[in-house]
Write a protein that binds this ligand. Sequence first.
Ligand SMILES: Nc1ncnc2c1ncn2[C@@H]1O[C@H](COP(=O)(O)OP(=O)(O)O)[C@@H](O)[C@H]1O
Ligand SMILES: [Mg+2]
Length: 255
Amino acid sequence: MAIIQTKDLTKIYTIGRNKTVVGLNHLNLTIEEGELFGILGPNGSGKTTCLKLLLGTLFPTSGEAYIMGKTPYDVEMKQHVGFLPENPYYYEYLTGKELLLFYGKLFDIDKEVLKEKIEELLKLVGLENTKKLSLRHYSKGMLERIGLAASLINDPKILILDEPTTGLDPIGCRDTRNLLIQLKDAGKTILLSSHFLSEVERVCTRIAILHKGVLLTTGKLDELMDKYKSVNLEDLFIKTIDEYEEKIQTQGVAQ
Ligand SMILES: Nc1ncnc2c1ncn2[C@@H]1O[C@H](COP(=O)(O)OP(=O)(O)O)[C@@H](O)[C@H]1O
Ligand SMILES: [Mg+2]
C-alpha cells in the first residue's frame, strides 16, 4: 500500500478579487513505504504547496491526499509524521535543547524518554556542544539542523522536509545527506523538496519534477535519464521543462 498518495490534488490561490494563481495542478503521486522521494522544481513550481496540502495546513481546491491511508486531518496519523518547514519560525530566546523539550511536550512524550531522545538527537545533528546557546545566536545551518532534530522528536515513520539543505554549507549538506540515508536505512519514509539538484541526485530512490504546479515526470533517476537521454539530473531537469514549455507554446494550454 502506498504510504503517501495524492489524487488530482489541486490548489488554486485567489489573490485579491479576481486574480488566481495555480499552486498545484492535478497532481497524482504515489510514494511507497521506505522510499526517499525527492520533489524537485524551480522556485514557485508548487513544492511547498504540495507538502502543505499533505500536512493539512492548506486546504485543496480539489482532489485528495492521503498519508497512511488517512486524510491530512487525521490526528492519530499525525503522530507518525515529522515535518521540517521551509522557513521555520522558532522562539529565539530558547536554547536548542529547550526547543526540543517544547516539541517533545507537544507530543506528550514521557519526561525520561524525552531527555534521552533529546541527547540522542542533538548528537545526531551535531549540536551536542551548543546545548546552552540560544537560537538567536544560531547560524542558518544550525537552525536547519535543530529543525531537523525537532522533526524527529516523535520518532516519526514519515519525514516531510521542505528544502532541508537550503541554508547549509557543503559540509552541512553532506552531513544532512548522510543523515537522510541513515534515516532511510532505519526504515523511515522520507519526502523532501529541493531545488538543489545535486543533493537529490545522490540520495533519492525516486524523484518527481514539478513545474508551474504540473508534474512533468516521475520515476527512478537512472530510468528517467535513459528516457530523456540525459547525462545528469540537471540535463534531465532542463529537458523536461523545455519540452513542457514547447508543448504549451504549440498547444496553447497547460496540460
Ligand atoms: N499563500 C499564497 N497565496 C498566493 N499564491 C501563493 C501562495 N503560496 C504560494 N503561492 C504561489 O503558488 C505557486 C507555487 O508556490 P510554492 O508552492 O511556494 O512553490 P515552491 O515551494 O516550489 O517554490 C507560486 O506561483 C506561488 O507564488
Ligand atoms: Mg517552497
